[in-house]
Every structure is written in C-alpha cells, then in structure tokens.
Design a binder for this molecule. Structure first.
Ligand SMILES: Cc1cc2nc3c(=O)[nH]c(=O)nc-3n(C[C@H](O)[C@H](O)[C@H](O)COP(=O)(O)OP(=O)(O)OC[C@H]3O[C@@H](n4cnc5c(N)ncnc54)[C@H](O)[C@@H]3O)c2cc1C
Length: 465
C-alpha cells in the first residue's frame, strides 16, 4: 500500500495551499481532489464572480463617462464574450495551480474519497479504486449551497451560484432569494448588466453580518441601479406559468421572474464514511480545536467544512497554520501557536460600491465594551475619490474608549476591499488611536479617508466637521 506522511482531502484554497507549504517544508504529501484543484474559490466562487464584477462595473462606468468630458455612444455588451472571458480567467488560474503541483511533484489523486479509517496511529484513505496510508490527514472538503424545502435547486428555474455561472444567456428578470454576500454580489453584477433584479431577504437587513449602517448604505446603492429589495420577507412557493416563474411571498405579494438564484447560505460537505471512529460535528460542520484538530489525534479539518468563517483566505490561513503544527509534531517540537482570531480576518463584499470590514461592528463593540468611540469619514471629502468620480460611501472606525484600541473598521465605497487591509493590520496588531496615527498615509489616496476616520474617533479629522 502507498504511504504518505500527510494526506489532504480536498484541493480548494484550504487544501492546495497547505499542500504546497508542506512540500516547501519537505514533508511528503498527497492530495485527493475529485474535481479540479482550486475548489469552489477558483472554479465556481471568488475568481469567476470577481471577473464578472470587473466587467459589470466597467459597463456601468461607460454610461457615466460624460461627467469626465468623454463620450461613448450606447455602450453594449455581448454576454457570450463575457462568459468566455470568465472561463479564460478561471482556466488560467486553475491550470497555474496544476502546473505548480506538477513542478513541485505533489501527487494528486483525482478521485473522491469514500472511506477514512483509523488504523493504529495512522489513517487509511480509500477511494473506489485505491487505498493509501497517512500519518496525518487534513480534511478540506469545503461546502455546498443550501436549499429551501419549497425551492429545490434544479439548475433550470431555481439556480445555485454554480448554475448561474454556467448560464450563457442572461435572463431578462432575476429574483435572488437571500441577500447575503453572494446574493448581493450577483445582484450588483446582473443589475449593472441591465437584468431586472429583485432580492428577497428574510432578515431585516442585507448582509446581516455587516454593520447596520453599512448594510443600509448598500441597500441605498443597490436601489439606485434599479434593484428591488424585499426585506423581512420569505419566499413561500413558486410555480411555472407560460414559461414565467411566479413566486409567492410571505407578505402576500407575488413576483414574476425568469430565473431564481437561491443563495441562502452554504452547508459544510463531508460525505465520507469514518471507520473505527466517529467524527464530532456541530450541525454539519466538523468541530475543531484551536489547533484545527478534530476529536481524533493528527486528524485536522480546515476551511468551509469547519464553518468557522466561509472565506477562501480563512481556509488558506487555517491550512498554513495546520502545516506549522504538523511540521512541529514531526520534528518533535512542542510549541504553542497564537490562536487564529477569526474576528480580525477581513470580510469583503464585491458589490458596487464595495464593502470591506474587519473586527467588531458598532453593535458588537457596544455589547462587549462599556464605552466605545466611533469615527467616520465620507469619501465625498477625499480628494482622490473626487478625482475618481466615486464618492459614495465612508470609512467607519470603532475603538474601545478606555484603552483607545481600534476594534473595528467598516468601509463602503471605492476600493473598500483593498483599503480594508490597512484596518486588518491596525486591528490585528492591537494599535491604539495614537499608534495608528503614527503611520503616514500618502496623498492623494483613498487611504487618507482611513486616517481621517481614525482621527475622527477623537473628533480631530481635518477635512470634515
Ligand atoms: C459564488 C461564490 C463567491 C465567493 N466569493 C468569495 C470571495 O470573493 N472571497 C472569499 O474569500 N470567498 C469567497 N467565496 C467562498 C470561498 O469560495 C470558500 O470559502 C472557499 O472556496 C473554501 O475553501 P475550502 O478549501 O474550504 O473548500 P472548497 O473551495 O469548497 O474546496 C473543497 C474541495 O474539496 C473537494 N472534495 C470534497 N469532497 C471530496 C472528497 N470526498 N474527495 C475528494 N475531494 C473532495 C471538492 O471537489 C473541492 O474542490 C465565494 C463562494 C461562492 C460560492
């Protein structure tokens, strides 16, 4: 039987990144991947959607070039070409990862793992055709879209995020059930490509994990491009009438649409039989400790399957930290690592306008601390944003009043998903207001809005009242 030191099940951003790092450490590793390396992120998630975001934003901008003194008559698009470009970007990245694996001689078994068996101190991992033995196993099997009892994803009328990326023609009307990050991103993309979009969200705010004020601003921006938003509303049933879909809502109204995108969250995937042991789960998510270890020694789980925070960079970071732990165990080093602080991981939403946030929301900070400070700075008072013609939004910063430590940053506006890296550095390193303001922010840049928002925590912003 083939033996390896580490076996990784799943080659998404959790698994593939961990495999490369283990190879860099000279630790013999095998990866099982039933589809293509890159997982949901590269094939059906982050990368194809962000390629569409760029095109949709650009198309939208073309309609407003006259304010820059330019003129373009009736910009049009050809969705078959947009579809082609999305596929090309995905192909380039996925084949790039496959090339890295080949060059680094990391073996990939392109089959689904069916059984994971405890075998003394090691594990046996079996597909339909083969079994290998490994001393350490990392489960990185990801997640899949959730369904609703009355709205089964059928790939035809009721679509998942994967199905919608396979459409080669856009529908005239699209209803998105679920106003979370994925739902809002697709709404923003397709509305800018002139699809009539409606969002139906059960909760009272879009992207319920975001700061309330940010969500409100997002709703305002989405409405401006014609998206209809139904909050506090559930979809109850649907039927097809003369080629149209009719959706009944909990408020008694009906929506007529051509397609439905169901984006009501994702469920961890682990459809592997465990032999000689039981794996502890909470709902469907595999339970892990601070070392990413499951209830079994040397059996780790990372990424969406742990449901800690379903983001690609969370999966990769968990993967990289797991490789450190494995390396130390192999070398007999007994050192403790700092816990991964999930709240300090940046969260990005690629709508137009973008959202970037890190740390606590205002409501969470109020609950945690006796007293907090809130600073804000609008992009309308930032020179670079004015030049860009993109002034919608603001930077909001939260600090604990007593220690003056920054505990949250929330940005809605131009390049918010890039700017939030600054908030990530400041908050992760535990900086106080004074320490953060020792940093010099270049002029003229959008990041000056970050600096002024921090100054505003003590009402010392120069360019706002
Ligand atoms: C539309 C969409 C947009 C997104 N946009 C972003 C974004 O902009 N930024 C961001 O950070 N995150 C984004 N995400 C989330 C991101 O894609 C996930 O958090 C990330 O892919 C999780 O990585 P993972 O390695 O845990 O799992 P996955 O990427 O799901 O990879 C798991 C892999 O395991 C394989 N696998 C599963 N079971 C088995 C088995 N039994 N045997 C062999 N192989 C198996 C699967 O084939 C898959 O390739 C988006 C998701 C979606 C759906």
């Amino acid at each position: 039987m083939e033996k390896h030191t580490v076996a990784i099940i799943g080659g998404g951003p959790g698994g593939y990144v961990a495999a490369i790092r283990l190879q860099q450490y000279g630790i013999d590793t095998v990866v099982f991947e039933k589809e293509r390396l890159g997982g949901v992120c590269l094939n059906w998630g982050c990368i194809p959607t962000k390629t569409l975001v760029k095109i949709a934003d650009l198309f939208s901008e073309l309609h407003h070039v006259d304010e820059f003194g330019l003129s373009i008559k009736n910009p049009i698009y050809d969705y078959s070409k947009i579809y082609e470009r999305k596929n090309q970007v995905v192909e380039k990245l996925v084949s790039g990862v496959e090339f890295l694996f080949k060059k680094r001689k990391i073996p990939v078994i392109n089959e689904a793992v069916k059984i994971l068996e405890k075998h003394g101190d090691s594990y046996l991992i079996s597909t339909e055709n083969l079994t290998i033995q490994a001393s350490y196993v990392i489960i990185a099997t990801g997640s899949k879209p959730k369904g609703l009892p009355a709205f089964k994803i059928d790939g035809e009328n009721i679509l998942s995020s994967k199905d919608i990326l396979k459409l080669q023609d856009l529908p005239k009307r699209l209803t998105i059930v679920g106003g979370g990050v994925i739902g809002c991103e697709f709404a923003s993309i397709f509305a800018q490509l002139d699809v009539e979009v409606q969002i139906v969200e059960f909760l009272p705010q879009l992207i319920s994990t975001e700061d309330k004020e940010i969500s409100k601003r997002l709703a305002m921006a989405l409405k401006r491009v014609g998206i209809k938003i139904n909050l506090n509303t559930a979809v109850e049933s649907w039927k097809s009438v003369n080629g149209e879909l009719r959706l009944s809502l909990s408020n008694g109204k009906e929506i007529t649409t051509d397609k439905v995108l169901l984006s009501v969250g994702r469920d961890p995937v682990f459809d592997i039989e465990c032999k000689n042991f039981d794996i502890t789960k909470n709902k469907n998510a595999i339970t892990i400790n601070n070392d990413f270890e499951t209830n079994e020694k040397n059996l780790f789980a990372i990424g969406d399957v742990t449901a800690k925070m379903m983001l690609a960079h969370t999966a990769s970071k968990q993967g990289l930290l797991t490789t450190e732990i494995i390396k130390n165990r192999i070398e007999g080093i007994n050192s403790k690592f700092d816990e991964l602080r999930y709240e300090n991981i940046p969260r990005c939403t690629f709508t137009n306008p973008e959202i970037g946030s890190v740390g606590l929301t205002e409501a969470q900070a109020k609950e945690k601390y006796e007293e907090i400070l809130v600073g804000k700075f609008p992009f309308s008072a930032n020179g670079k944003a004015l030049g860009l013609g993109n002034v919608f939004g603001f930077v909001k910063t939260i600090a604990e009043a007593k220690s003056k430590k920054l505990v949250g940053m929330h940005i809605i506006g131009p390049q918010a998903t890039e700017l939030i890296a600054e908030g990530g550095i400041i908050i992760q390193s535990g900086m106080t207001i004074d320490e953060a303001l020792k940093i010099v922010f270049a002029h003229p840049t959008l990041s000056e809005a970050v600096a002024e928002s921090i100054e505003d925590l003590e009402k010392m912003s120069i360019n706002s009242m």
